[in-house]
Design a protein around this ligand. Sequence first.
Ligand SMILES: NC(=O)c1ccc[n+]([C@@H]2O[C@H](COP(=O)([O-])OP(=O)(O)OC[C@H]3O[C@@H](n4cnc5c(N)ncnc54)[C@H](OP(=O)(O)O)[C@@H]3O)[C@@H](O)[C@H]2O)c1
Length: 288
Amino acid sequence: MAHQAPTKLDINTSYTMNSGYKIPALGYGVYQTPAAECEEVVLHAFKTGYRHVDSARMYRNEQPCADAIRASGLRREDVFFTSKVPPKSMSYEAAKKAIESSFAQTGLDYIDLYLIHAPYGGKEGRCGAWRALAEAQRAGKIRSIGVSNYGVHHLDELEEYIRNSGVGGTLDVGQWEIHPWLPRNDIVEWARRRNVVVEAYCPIVRGERADEPVLQALSKKHRKTWAQVLIRWSLQKGYVPLPKSVTPTRIEQNADVFDFELDEDDMKSLDMPNSYEPCAWDPTTSHE
Ligand SMILES: NC(=O)c1ccc[n+]([C@@H]2O[C@H](COP(=O)([O-])OP(=O)(O)OC[C@H]3O[C@@H](n4cnc5c(N)ncnc54)[C@H](OP(=O)(O)O)[C@@H]3O)[C@@H](O)[C@H]2O)c1
């Protein structure tokens, strides 16, 4: 299966997507990061070693992320930037406008990854938004494309659409809330069979599980924090975790996860295949 974690993970580990481009295995999320402080914290993330920023039109901070990319002094090709089609823009025309607005606001020449944020808008809306992404990918403006919060029924629908419509587009990435209390094994299996990279949002469950005995035990055993244990779990599963923090020490802590390893028993202790406890919204179950 694709995207099992490599034996040796480090901060520069990346995966090759169906598009042929690479995606860094550790991302940095900016949901709820106020635009006014976004450039500064993204710059701190770059200084710490992150090379992958997960934004969205809905987060209203694409521009400061792009400003940080320019101010970082890093080469554009060494930084990976993601945005997303907002749920309100789920049609061909509206998604096309959303993509144009991302370029206008960021001033970037290309965007590494653009996702459909959530499977709303009905079949026509979803397929229309995909067509807009596929067109932008073909034009070379967006390098890789994918979806977020799609359930297996949405994924099947998309796969059939790509197969039968001729619009093209490579399904490169899927982004979902994934952590031990929401493992989403059915979706992960669907993605892995097709080499679709699995991004894990809310990888530290927004701090809501800090006191769980299993995390306390692993934290003590490895002398790492509960947050580091969760990020490491996600990386060892072969996912691309997207921890968010606006706190410099936490930004550093969340990337300091490459000097320890969870062993098989540790991983098993975090295995809760039947748990289904989202901490965020859950559009995967939508039947709109
Ligand atoms: N596609 C989607 O629908 C979707 C939905 C949700 C999220 N996402 C993406 O995934 C990213 C992460 O998800 P999230 O932000 O919802 O949740 P998260 O990363 O699991 O948790 C973020 C929260 O944890 C705190 N935190 C961060 N590091 C910590 C540490 N080491 N110790 C203790 N607390 C810590 C942060 O506080 P401070 O910031 O105050 O430090 C913040 O309140 C988002 O930023 C976004 O890019 C996507």
